[in-house]
Design a protein around this ligand. Sequence first.
Ligand code: ZN
Length: 242
Amino acid sequence: MEYQLIRSARRKTVALQVSNSKVIVRAPKFVNTTYIDSLIKLKTTWLEQKIAQQKKQALLSPQYTLQALDAHQINKPSIYIDGLPHKIIIDFGKKCVIHNKEDNSITVILNPRYQRHGLSSDLVIAKVKSDLEGWFKESIESYIKHNLARYSQQTSLYSTSYKVRKYKARWGSCNNRGELSFNYLLKMLPNWVVDYVIVHELCHLKYMNHSNKFWLLVAQYFPKYQNAKQWISEHQAFLRWP
Ligand SMILES: [Zn+2]
């Protein structure tokens, strides 16, 4: 059994301790390792029980993040939300997703029945992803609803309909029936960049291309459009679904 040995001149006795599921031995300077090894052997059952108990406890801790899952090559440590990298925290309780803007974290609370599968199980990972997807979709849907109406008023360009959906390689689209689509991963971008995407798609209702006239129209309603394009290209590597 592996252990960490901490020697101290002041100590008179040997103490065994289990901390973070690891064995720590505190011993006086004069005690030799043969004695410590025999003591560990004698206490193996007790130590193993203690380790198992602590491992189980750690699994129930809300501070378990996807960073732990990353070690298993399953996921990325962070995710972009509103243009900032966020930590993903998994917890168990009443099912919901909590966005904490103070410490840039997103907590996914799963039904306690997922607890027994372990945090790095495929089942839990898939559930965390689908709950996050739902939250992304819901959040960006309400943002787009509000701001599409606002920019339609400003530009006098109105789409026949719009929807929020999953796209692999684009942020939005406009077809020749005047229907707009937006990628729900826009939730990863800062609001002002989402506004640019909205204006960009609205301008396609007038010009179905990327001609000079099109960009002049975009610039008219969104003067900072170059900055928005730059933000997207600079962050491209992070704007992928984990
Ligand atoms: Zn375009």
